[in-house]
Design a protein around this ligand. Structure first.
Ligand SMILES: [Zn+2]
Length: 63
């Protein structure tokens, strides 16, 4: 693991440290982008995790 990366994590996990997209360099302001370190335009994964969770649950039959 990169020691510089470890040090950055130790500074203050609660601080709003600035994170930029690893692909295009745009500053990431939303939580999901910051976690993935990729902006919406560069992220291959869809941002609809909650929607996918709902789809996984079958609708209750008989309604
Ligand atoms: Zn980007």
């Amino acid at each position: 693991m990169d020691s510089r990366q470890q040090k950055a994590l130790l500074i203050d996990p609660g601080a709003r440290d600035r994170i930029w997209c690893v692909d295009c360099g745009a500053e990431l302001t939303d939580k999901i982008s910051r976690q993935r370190r990729r902006g919406p335009e560069c992220d291959p994964e869809p941002r609809t995790g909650y929607d996918r969770h709902d789809i996984d649950q079958d609708p209750i039959p008989g309604l």
